[in-house]
Design a protein around this ligand. Structure first.
Ligand code: FAD
Ligand code: FES
Length: 300
């Protein structure tokens, strides 16, 4: 299956293309009913990846470029978490172990500054943030910090397998909005308790953008530095198109080359949220088209 898309490496800057083979999927697992994990061979990305970097997947040569956070690197393989959202993520869900992805571009963006901060929190409440959480906790632990990992999910059925993350972090908090597993509420509730006790020196977070806005408002009150991942719509991922622009302290920045992490206290969240919804109509047309044909029409 999908052998039609093999042997189509695209030449460009740091593209990691295996001659005549693409990027083989070596593992695929469900994380919950909506999200799944994919491990692919991407030796050039794996060799250079640092926590905070991201990659861009191109499933086949006429596909859409999708930015993805990297959860883990093992040998020449990288692991990413996908949410079944629209056309491309659903299309990839029909790829299987042994199939090949046309290209995996990266590592892109700036890495997290891995240094000793003291008590560091990494908080996440959405697929990309959960992947970043794992990569960052590993790096921040290695830099000698006391690392507190927090994950939030809507309900117990959405919770990911978390043993690896909870074992690696010094402290781990799980919350569900309905209280069906872990602490009832959101990571911001748990964090507020720790901030009240003066137990946090630095916060990193990724996931839902409105949550990152609320988090940044909270930590600003306690004057605790907070870096958040902005997943703005990206096209080239190399600073050429301007699609991923955001405003930081009134100054225009490009998420792909200046970010993807920014000082949450300086982000104009209203503008970020408005731009994220910019292509809703096109996305739903692409999804309807994909559903009606059962396959991406561009590949036909
Ligand atoms: C730095 C970064 C890291 C990301 N990490 C992850 C991750 O680890 N896991 C994950 O599932 N998703 C991640 N995303 C978002 C991901 O790229 C989109 O979910 C994906 O493109 C959806 O494509 P689709 O065709 O399935 O859905 P669509 O219907 O095309 O889009 C659904 C939603 O996904 C987002 N999106 C769509 N296209 C893009 C794009 N080109 N760039 C950015 N966002 C887009 C928009 O919010 C959109 O409303 C990340 C985005 C960025 C910028
Ligand atoms: S994605 Fe084009 S400038 Fe960032």
């Amino acid at each position: 299956m999908h052998k039609d898309i093999v042997n189509k490496g695209v030449g460009a800057m740091s593209m990691d293309v295996k001659k005549n083979s693409g990027h083989e999927i070596t593992r695929k697992e469900e994380l919950n009913s909506g999200d799944y994990l994919i491990e692919v061979r991407a030796p050039l990305v794996a060799a250079k990846f640092m926590p905070g970097n991201f990659v861009i997947f191109l499933l086949h040569e006429k596909g859409e470029r999708v930015p993805m956070s990297v959860q883990k690197v093992e040998g020449d393989r990288i692991t990413v978490f996908f949410k079944k959202l629209g056309k491309t993520s659903r299309e990839l869900d029909s790829w299987h172990v042994g199939d090949c992805i046309n290209s995996v571009v990266g590592p892109l963006g700036n890495a997290i500054e891995l240094k000793k901060y003291g008590n560091v929190v990494f908080a996440s409440d959405l697929v990309c943030g959960h992947a970043e959480n794992y990569a960052a906790v590993k790096g921040l632990k290695g830099a000698g910090n006391h690392v507190i990992s927090m994950q939030s999910f809507p309900t117990k059925d959405d919770v990911y397998p978390r043993k690896e993350l909870s074992t690696m972090a010094d402290e781990y908090f799980l919350t569900t909005a309905d209280g069906s597993q872990g602490i009832k509420g959101h990571y911001t509730d748990v964090l507020k308790g720790l901030l009240d006790e003066n137990k946090v020196d630095m916060v990193f977070a990724g996931g839902d953008i409105p949550s990152l806005g609320k988090l940044s408002e909270l930590t600003k009150r306690y004057n605790v530095r907070t870096m958040v991942t902005l997943r703005q719509i990206m096209i080239d991922g190399t600073g050429m198109c301007g699609a991923c622009r955001v405003f930081i302290d009134g100054e225009m920045k490009l998420t792909c080359i200046d970010g993807p992490m920014f000082d949450g206290h300086k982000v104009n969240f209203e503008e970020v949220i408005a731009r994220l919804g910019m292509f809703k109509e096109e996305e739903s047309v692409a999804m309807e088209d994909y559903n009606s044909r059962g396959v991406c029409h561009e590949r036909k």
